[in-house]
Design a protein. Structure first.
Length: 423
């Protein structure tokens, strides 16, 4: 797509997109016609074709969007504060609920202070944007989320190293190299506690030690695990004995807290006050609405309750079931470890697209991730679980998806090939 006119040169993309959409092989921008938390919600694409089935594409890990306490909090807050924040957090956009939510998040993360952001993306971008200067160094896992990658680019630092996924030794050697030639500028190391494309985790204790040994700061994105994994919902950091001991933690509300929003947690109010002022996505965005704040606050209180523990156990049970059934049905070993995310890599984009369409027509709602979410010419399904999924429907979904992939391979003339990739 080349050319000197910004708008004319994008035409080939739309023709390519529409070709796949007409075939029912374009999974982006479908509309949800019912609440995603329903047992068999309904999607509609741009050609008004509808599909209903087991929902493996929505993010509501503990199914808190339907929780009566969450919904009651939203209704009561609407009566008290109305639907709109009315301003940036720095210009009276927050309410007394905001302080309560910050306290709950500090408890979940084990950190001392929290900054709220309008989205999880804004939290990751704003934290990096505030802290990294042009002369600083950034060392980032190659699979870290786009919000971090965009923030790194916006920092205009030329000193960026992307290390192989989960390779702590590469981080160690990189930091040693940097410090041998630069003892004056900062170093930010960025990773995730649960990577959403692979469902895998780094050794956080080792990585934090490496950072401390080289006067580097570690930023961990915990968007997918805080609330749904670890003892009391405290996340992967707590599983690894690192709760409250990481330098910086970024999180999102959209996976577990039944609303949009995000946060940065730190062990110093010096850090949080600085980010409040210099984090562009905090200062120059409207604050979380009172309704979002109320939803996240009510959800946080369920997360830390006994009921939250039961819901987390249901999610992990469902993860074990779906991984086992998909493994049997496809004959492959799945990526990563049990979590609310079950990633399934497909060796062919064409097969992945067609299998998605077949599966949806047979009662399984899922989404195929393509570039730019994954590298060019790669594809994978990111199947997302909730506490409300029943074992029987997951067994059925695994069978339907495996058959859809096998059928798609046959239609594309593959004689002998794996159903899915194991790498």
């Amino acid at each position: 797509m080349r050319g000197n006119h910004l708008l004319d040169r994008i035409g080939p993309f739309e023709r390519w997109r529409r070709t796949h959409s007409e075939k029912g092989q374009w999974g982006y921008h479908q509309e949800m016609l019912t609440a995603p938390s329903l047992r068999r919600p309904t999607l509609r694409d741009e050609y008004a074709r509808e599909a209903s089935g087991v929902n493996l594409l929505s993010q509501d890990y503990l199914t808190l969007s339907t929780h009566p306490e969450v919904r009651r909090a939203i209704v009561e807050t609407l009566e008290t504060y109305g639907p709109h924040s009315g301003g940036s957090p720095v210009v009276a956009g927050e309410t007394s609920l905001s302080a309560q939510l910050r306290d709950e998040l500090a408890g979940l993360t084990g950190m001392k202070d929290v900054v709220l952001f309008p989205t999880g993306w804004a939290a990751g971008f704003g934290a990096v944007n505030a802290l990294v200067r042009r002369s600083d160094h950034v060392v980032v896992d190659e699979l870290t989320h786009a919000c971090m990658q965009e923030a790194i680019a916006a920092s205009r630092s030329p000193n960026v190293t992307r290390f192989p996924h989960l390779d702590n030794e590469s981080v160690r050697s990189t930091l040693r190299r940097i410090r041998s030639g630069d003892s004056k500028n900062g170093i930010l190391v960025i990773t995730e506690s649960l990577f959403s494309l692979n469902s895998d985790t780094p050794d956080l204790a080792d990585l934090q030690r490496i950072c401390h040994d080289h006067d580097a700061v570690l930023l961990v994105d915990s968007a997918h695990d805080i609330g749904v994994m670890g003892p009391n919902g405290h996340g992967v950091a707590a599983q690894q004995g690192m709760r409250g001991q990481l330098d910086l933690v970024v999180g999102s509300f959209s996976k577990v807290f039944a609303t949009n929003g995000g946060y940065l947690a730190a062990n110093s109010d010096t850090v949080t006050q600085y980010v409040r002022y210099f984090g562009s996505t905090h200062m120059f965005s409207s604050a979380l609405t009172p309704l979002q704040t109320a939803a996240a606050l009510a959800a946080a209180r369920v997360i830390t309750s006994e009921e939250g523990g039961r819901r987390r156990a249901a999610v992990m049970r469902n993860a074990e079931i779906l991984r086992k059934e998909l493994g049997k049905a496809t004959g492959s070993t799945l990526l990563g470890q049990p979590s609310p995310i079950v990633p399934l890599a497909v060796d062919s984009l064409a097969v992945g697209r067609e299998a998605m369409a077949i599966a949806q027509s047979n009662g399984v709602l899922l989404h195929l991730l393509e570039f730019p979410i994954v590298p060019r010419r790669q594809a994978r399904y990111r199947l997302q679980l909730t506490s409300s999924h029943e074992p029987a429907e997951l067994v059925e979904a695994a069978s339907i998806l495996a058959e859809a992939i096998a059928t798609a391979w046959q239609r594309h003339g593959a004689a002998e090939n794996p159903v899915v990739s194991t790498t």
